[in-house]
Design a binder for this molecule. Structure first.
Ligand SMILES: [Zn+2]
Length: 162
């Protein structure tokens, strides 16, 4: 009798082309110009960045485009201390939810130019853009966010954006 097979390793690969349309396409067109486009719900007035077709709270289509600033507030974050094959950042680094000024739904981005252990909820930050000649239809135009020399935002002022 041979030993039972307990596991197998099978390499797998999946190539695909992602074609954007609608709100995602509009967002990418604007980010190529250095502008951050959101969309506002006509019912609850929340601004989503990047925009999406339907408000998650109200279930209605959103068409009111609004530009938001490249400054914002860290709402939550995590300090990453585990290496990943596809990420070439020096450990530890911080991945944060940032609610941009003028938006209501946090935006996910890196926070750098500050020791990871000094990042905090309520910290004010600003986008660091790639050089303009490198801008393309990608969120990669924003390399990361850096601290702003501004007082932290009190928890009660951003808790609704968590
Ligand atoms: Zn809504």
């Amino acid at each position: 009798m041979s030993e039972p097979v307990k596991s197998i390793t099978t390499p797998a690969r999946c190539d695909y082309t992602f074609t954007v349309s609608g709100k995602a396409a509009r967002f990418l067109e604007e980010i190529k110009q250095g502008r951050i486009l959101g969309v506002r719900c006509s019912n609850c007035h929340k601004v989503y960045v990047p925009g999406k077709g339907t408000c998650a709270m109200c279930g209605i289509e959103m068409n009111d485009e609004v530009f938001v600033k490249d400054t914002g507030t860290v709402t939550t974050y995590c300090v990453v201390r585990v290496p990943s094959e596809n990420i070439e950042l020096e450990l530890p680094y911080v991945a944060a939810h940032i609610v941009l000024d003028g938006a209501d739904i946090p935006f996910f981005a890196l926070v750098q130019e500050i020791p990871a252990d000094d990042v905090r909820m309520g910290m004010r930050v600003q986008a660091v853009w790639a050089p303009k000649e490198e801008w393309d239809i990608t969120l990669g135009n924003i390399r990361y966010f850096k601290p702003l020399d501004e007082p932290d935002v009190p928890f009660d002022d951003f808790k609704e954006h968590l």
